[in-house]
Write a protein that binds this ligand. Structure first.
Ligand code: NAD
Ligand code: 022
Ligand code: ZN
Length: 369
């Protein structure tokens, strides 16, 4: 069949809207009609050429929602008509990692996914007879895409695609970092660095679990208003703090935060986030993805005195199990997604969505097919 897609033919070139060839689902795979997709930073990072693991030509996009329109042989957990969210972190429930219950980083299809291929080692997309690669196992910048069954979460049918697509990455990453990675408890004090599409979801996760204090830190003061709406109790602009930021934050949180979160991807910020944790028990969660080759530093004394450094991928969520629950939370009014979707665009304007993100003007832009 044919599908319309925004294709990344080479690094640092705008996406091109094309009709491309798509093969149907093979064993263990499903064909999904993508109804909406968010535009996220990793898509930009890969397109920019800065990602050494980025491959071209490829169909980017990893934050989607849609409907199953066909299933391959052997598929048992999904059927035509199911509403779904693609998962860049799959959940096979059989590999060592899934069975460990200690991580969400399923390894079942990891190597082929990293190479832009389906688990059988081939691509389903072709343009002018030449293969086009998949991306993060999702390729949601296409109206139709093929996904492994283990990389699909089935969700309720009354949820709007143009909102729940964001649960495919940003919402789950931010909220999950609070509840699954940090396991933060009611009454805690927290500091969130970076009040963008991820940090705001960390904030609403903290509000949901009943945090006592939620300090937001951002160098862009225009982020304050939205963060307050999502539950931030104190705003700090590092540019306006006299003296060092870390002691200022330790003082503001009565001796240090119980939990801190980096949602900037800046390694200097990661150090500040660790060091403003409370002595003896404070935990700092790294969410931001730093540039390739970057390193983090602190004095071992910071860890010897009980601070903990942790990282999180996809908020520690087990996709097929946890993503449908987050959709329920949205539908029950426990979390707010609507206010975070600041722009909606047709596929033809997807490059404008990248610009809005790059300029810091959007929280999330969503493409509707
Ligand atoms: P964003 O650009 O919307 O937000 C980043 C915010 O950080 C901006 O508001 C910016 O003003 C602020 N900022 C920049 N430098 C700062 C500094 N020195 N101090 C304080 N604030 C600063 O980006 P986003 O969509 O929220 O994503 C944030 C990070 O999370 C990215 O690195 C992204 O790749 C990463 N991410 C990680 C995962 C994961 O699973 N670990 C998933 C999704 C996104
Ligand atoms: C999503 N991310 C950033 C913005 N939107 C993001 C990027 C990378 C990861 C998670 C979220 C990530 C953390 C750890 C890993 N990845 C490695 C997982 C593993 O080795 O098992 C990661 C993931 C997918 C891909 C690359 C790196 C990929 O498909 N190419 C989850
Ligand atoms: Zn993302």
């Amino acid at each position: 069949m044919k599908t319309r897609a925004a294709v990344a033919f080479a690094a640092n070139k705008p996406l091109e809207i094309c009709d491309i060839e798509l093969e149907g689902p093979k064993a263990g795979e499903v064909l999904v009609e993508v109804k909406a997709t968010g535009i996220c930073h990793t898509d930009y990072y890969t397109l920019s050429g800065a990602d050494p693991e980025g491959l071209f030509p490829a169909i980017l996009g990893h934050e989607g929602a849609g409907v199953v329109v066909d299933v391959g042989p052997g598929v048992t957990t999904l059927k035509k008509g199911d509403h779904v969210i693609p998962l860049y972190t799959p959940e096979c429930r059989q590999c060592k990692s899934c069975l460990s219950r200690k991580t969400n980083l399923c390894t079942a299809i990891r190597s082929t996914q990293g190479q832009g291929l389906m688990p059988d080692g081939t691509s389903r997309f072709k343009c002018d007879g030449e293969p086009v690669l998949h991306y993060m196992g999702c390729s949601t910048f296409a109206n139709f895409t093929v996904l492994p069954e283990i990389a699909v979460a089935k969700v309720r049918e009354d949820a709007p695609f143009d909102k729940i697509c964001y649960i495919g990455c940003g919402v789950t990453t931010g909220i999950g970092a609070v509840i699954w990675t940090a396991k933060a408890e009611a009454g805690c004090r927290a500091v969130v660095f970076g009040l963008g599409g991820i940090g705001l979801n960390v904030i609403q996760g903290l509000r949901m679990i009943g945090a006592e204090q939620i300090v937001g830190v951002d160098i862009n003061p225009s982020k304050k208003e939205m963060a307050e709406k999502f539950g931030m109790t104190d705003f700090v602009n590092p540019k306006e703090v006299e003296g060092d930021l870390v002691p200022y934050l330790v003082n503001l949180t009565d001796g240090g935060a119980d939990y801190t979160f980096d949602a900037t991807g800046n390694v200097n910020v990661m150090r500040q986030a660790l060091e403003c944790c409370h002595r003896g028990w404070g935990q700092s969660i790294i969410i931001g993805v730093a540039p390739s080759g970057a390193e983090i530093a602190t004095r071992p004394f910071q860890l010897v005195t009980g601070r903990v450094w942790k990282g999180t991928a996809f908020g520690g969520a087990r996709g097929r199990t946890d993503v449908p629950r987050i959709v329920d939370w949205y539908m029950n009014g426990k979390i707010n997604i609507d206010d975070l979707i600041t722009y909606k665009l047709p596929l033809e304007c997807i490059n404008e969505g990248f610009e809005l993100m790059h300029e810091g003007k959007s929280i999330r832009s969503v493409v509707e097919f």
